[in-house]
Design a protein around this ligand. Structure first.
Ligand SMILES: [Zn+2]
Length: 159
């Protein structure tokens, strides 16, 4: 995947790591807007990435807290992939990407930011989008950008 310029990622890299699992605590909290949860499924859900690589960067995760895809039960696996399929379809409708990077980083050495709870990254892509991020510009604007993205996507994801 081509590197994108996303300066707010530095905040994430340098920022304090919160204890506990962001996916499990978001599921328990029922503050979906605050936690950027776009969809709650039966065995899997969708969260907008707080530190996006592109506009509409989401994460699809099983509800089961496992670090390794080999440990995921079949029910969770099937539901996660079905949510992944639906999410890609919804993103297409919502923001018309020209392509996607879809993938799992398993383990710290593989670049997993949240290494204890498996999740699938869905990064919408557009031709020439390596220069997309400067349009947003400053790091402090990312929160504003995130809430408007959440607002827009929620019309598609949340029934
Ligand atoms: Zn978890």
């Amino acid at each position: 995947m081509k590197r994108m310029w996303a300066p707010w990622r530095m905040e994430y890299i340098k920022g304090e790591k919160t204890s506990g699992c962001i996916f499990c605590s978001a599921l328990k909290a029922y503050k979906d807007k605050e936690n950027l949860i776009l969809l709650r499924g039966k065995h899997s859900s969708v969260m907008l990435n707080k530190y996006p690589y592109s506009n509409g960067h989401i994460m699809v995760f099983p509800h089961e807290h496992v670090a390794d895809i080999a440990l995921l039960d079949t029910k969770g696996l099937v539901d996660t992939f079905s949510t992944l399929r639906d999410s890609v379809a919804l993103l297409k409708k919502a923001i018309s990407p020209e392509g996607f990077n879809i993938g799992i980083n398993m383990g710290k050495c593989a670049g997993a930011g949240i290494k204890d709870h498996i999740h699938i990254h869905v990064v919408p892509r557009w031709e020439g989008d390596t220069n997309f991020m400067p349009l947003i510009g400053e790091v402090k604007l990312i929160n504003e950008h995130l809430s408007s993205t959440y607002e827009h996507l929620s019309h598609f994801f949340i029934e």
